[in-house]
Ligand binder design. Sequence first.
Ligand code: G6P
Length: 545
Amino acid sequence: MTMLSVRTSHEIQDSVEALLPQLVKDRVASRLAAKDASLWGKKAALEAVQRLGWANPFPSSRPLLEPIAELRGTLKERGIKRIILAGTGGSTLASEVAARAAGVELAVIDSTDPGMLADTLTDLETTLMIVASKSGSTLEMDVAFRVFSDAIEQAGLKLSEHVVVITDPGSPLEQLANKHRLLMFTADPTVGGRFSALAAFGLVPTGLAGVDVDRVLTEAMDAQAEFILDNPENPALILGAALAGQHPQRNKLVIHDDTACLPGFSAWIEQLVAESTGKQGLGLVPTVQIGSSANEDSIERTDDVLHVYLHGANTTLPEEAGPSVTVSGSLAAQFIVWEYAVAVACRIIGVNPFDQPDVEASKQAAQNLLAGEPNSTHNERGATDGPVSVAAYGSWIDHSKITGLESAIEALREVATERSYVAINVFTDRNSHRDVAAPLQQTITDIFHRPTAFGWGPRFLHSTGQAHKGGPAEGIFIHVLARSVNDITVPGLNHTGGEQLAAQATGDARVLAERGRPVVMIKVDDPAVGLPYIVDKLKAIQAAA
Ligand SMILES: O=P(O)(O)OC[C@H]1O[C@H](O)[C@H](O)[C@@H](O)[C@@H]1O
């Protein structure tokens, strides 16, 4: 019997109870466990047929334990003290949260920001980079690998002693690994990135960093035994029904981490929910409340919001007010219950859980910008406000009205509705500027009184970015581009890290605007000066409101 529990509040109880008999009758749980690709309709079945390995990941994951343990021993002998995980989205998020929850060091580089890239270049002799990418072609992974491998070679060190690769069979990264004779873990191609917490992408980096991955798999397997039963008590069915039971009316999740037991866990849930459900104008928009002090009372109590409370195992659960679902259990059990529940939610909503059709548009827009696409027809230059510039993208506003931060926020408030959510996405070196940027989320919530998603760019592009562009058209966007001052060249590419980051921010803002979303772009020359300025100015706007 697993220690995982799912509790629903009375506001959503009826819709959960209405759905459960049908989910049981349709044998959704046992069909998931049996990898039945027809659960999401005919069209989705074409993809689902090769994407259901996660439903029973144990046969392909267990054999990884021995090589992970062996390599960990070898790395110790070689004097490796720091492990950097390079990649993004599903290839890094599970490892990042599992390492954090276990209190072991694992540095993640999932950005093109020059400052974050430069951080990889210290203590090379004692550093290992794990390069992780399912497709083997993602920009962030490629850029980090190029910068790091060049430095390793310049330092006269052996690449094969400082780089380990995780990728799908046949990917371009596999070819690169073979060319350089790098140690490689081949991933199970039937497990998609965001469903890979209990597969190579989630286990190898954490295991090498020192997490007890044997225990993780054992706990997950024990928990899974309950999730595969066609039974109305099945926590995965209850969670799936709770998430999607009042969709499309209730389509925004406000997620609260248990910062003591599962710190940062919701960053992984955010990607799973946003990319799996947020498409065709449908789906659930996750907004994660960062920090334990997040003030949920400043969000209006409207019937489009569901609060999600996450707790570790053996926690005494507080009474939550308002429409909510509370999930408690170990990280391992939560990984698998969320994978099952989101797959169930996608069946209820009527979308294919395994594609992310709108992510590509921003990648393409960034590439077009780097290839010298002329400036957009919209006025993207914007107005100067102290050390920052502010511009609106899209045709939702007369651009001459934007004279600075205050007018931009005012304009966004004018278009906000009682169903809006706000997304503030900051493209910067999050290791250096985390603390200064942190108050932005609460300040924006206090101004708009709406659920507010906070994203680090470019990482959110591989996560909430899908729902922002493809999900419900209810988002209002503030992008902040605050790249590090000292740029970095990327060996073999024509563009610096800073140029890549700027193109990713601008490209995404353009795509959002083309899709009719209101967007404000704030550009900062020096993050150390510009970010505190934005925070102070927004606080003043909020105080005056
Ligand atoms: O593992 P990779 O192929 O590098 O992909 C990393 C991430 O990139 C994409 O943009 C997808 O939207 C994500 O679902 C994926 O997890």
